[in-house]
Design a protein around this ligand. Sequence first.
Ligand code: ZN
Length: 349
Amino acid sequence: MTQFPIFDGHNDLLLRLLRGDVTAEGVASGLPDGHIDKPRAQQGGLGGGMFAIFVPSLGGASVSDDEMCKDSYDIPLPEQVAEAEATSWTERGMDAIYDLEAAGAVRICRSAQEIEAALPAEEMAAVIHIEGAEAIDRDFEKLHAWHARGLRSLGPVWSRDTVWGHGVPFRYPSDPDTGPGLTDAGKALIRECNRLKIVVDLSHLNAKGVEDVARITDAPLVATHSNAWAVCPHSRNLTDRQLDVIRDSDGMVGINFASAFLRPDGRMESEFEIDILLQHFDHLIQRLGEDRVGLGSDFDGALVPDKIGDCAGLPNLIKALRSRGVDDGLMAKITHGNWVRVLRQTWGI
Ligand code: ZN
């Protein structure tokens, strides 16, 4: 493993397992496609990250990349997913990450110390994240049960509405201030996550939702996979005002590699120079400071730049950051140090 192992704020590898596209053994031995497997992680210096359990719109339409290849767009979001349906999917997601651990592909981490120990290891450090909390009940019984199984991070919504709040739609160009924020139940969920020291992810929340979380939690504010709105005015990205709130909480942002959230023209097209990603990097560093920027690739969940391709291509990004004058100290922070710091601050261990 390299001198700068990467801890990444967001990937959707578990979705591939849940859909039956790949097996845990396949991830351990190598896959013919997709963005992440163990051999390519080794090759590219991917030491681990947040592994999302994302509940897709089962049976319903999903958000297609083609729709994001226009000059402007506002993609209708799928229907809410029922709690029972989301629960069985999330349970399977939990099983899937334990399968990955049993296959020797990951080590499930519950503390910053465990991440630090796992980063240089062959297995990827894996933090369990739920993206969209449809499966959680209002008494939080499942939240507690999954926390006991290793859940350490949660996004109250993926972009479609839930009982907890309203997500931000996929709209370009658009401000993230797109509607009402969290419901009363959603605010109670944030309080409970804060009590359990579970990370609350701001990515996919709209502007009012972000403000609600900022008012309730006393943990550092975290957007695991979002970019700078000043560079790409997409509803999924963070305005300077939002970045200031994140900075003031001593939180951080993981840079999302999804082409539509990087390119100033908002298109989900992957042919472009890494320089565009570096523009987000420069802006985030300028706004948040060197201690509050990391990576949040969205590998296996989005169309990423051809110049990165998959996790084996991460050294191309490191090289580009070097050419931007990033020294060893800052490189260590961006690749993993800032994530470890924020997670330690949130979890207390
Ligand atoms: Zn996402």
